[in-house]
Ligand binder design. Sequence first.
Ligand code: SF4
Ligand code: SF4
Length: 302
Amino acid sequence: MQFSTNNPGYKIYAKVATALFRLYDTFFRPAFPPVVRIESTNICNASCTTCPRDQLTRKPGVMDFDLFQKIIDECAAHKTHRIHLHNFGEPLIDRELTKKISYAKDRGMKVRVFSNLSLLTEELAQGLVSSGLDDIKISFDGYTRETFENIRRRLKFEDVVHNIRLLIDTKNRMGSSTPKVGLTFVETPENSHEKELFLKEWKGMADNTIITKYHNWGGKVISHAQAKLIPCPRIWSTLTVLWNGDVALCCLDFDGSVILGNVRTQSIADIYQSDKINDIRNYHLTWQYSRIPICSDCSLRK
Ligand code: SF4
Ligand code: SF4
């Protein structure tokens, strides 16, 4: 539902919500981020209409294993157990993906991966199951081939359908309850009419199916959403490490427009408690969103 920021009821709601964020920031903010998001790679084989890849100026690359180990070791030392091993790219491109998942799982992490699944092979399916991966979210934005391929450009509908079934069959054959296989349908004006058919087709087969709203990538692509006043929980809940070790503001900051530090030379704990991120938190708590252009236009703020 869209609320107008001029609505008096909304203003009261936003003030109360902001006061709660202030309370959390002052008394309950942990010393370490509850979730660490790690970009295994920023390379992708697709070119989705919903994705601002054509605006990406960062160098393409894959995170090296040593850096990954450093991040996981620090997370384990701080008892942060939730790792998202994806950001702005297709994780299955990373040849060390299953080795990385196994390393994180051996240190007690819960690991999630988002993928377009177009690159899955039998060997990789077995590797993902054996690695102990907890859950995999597959972006699947259509019910018909035409709609899917119009949005998920460069991917083949039949290949992705085949690969979803391959992963589920492999998991069942290996007698494993993980990874949980989830299908995510990002609703846009182009595919909205197919969402019910999508749910009907996949509900019994996948472990979960969700419909999410399209967002505007921090104002980088057009959407119908309107930025609101309430602070964004992401600057407290998650730290996003890009493949080269830079820490970006959040998962929407795909081109690293706000870099908070680099985990090659700094610890995650220091970056999470730095003056730089605390200033940004303060701008959110005082509704000074224009101080951070990417947040100013972001449709994910409520
Ligand atoms: S698969 Fe993901 S990263 Fe790749 S183009 Fe599509 S939305 Fe962007
Ligand atoms: S408001 Fe948007 S751009 Fe800013 S931190 Fe939140 S999700 Fe990221």
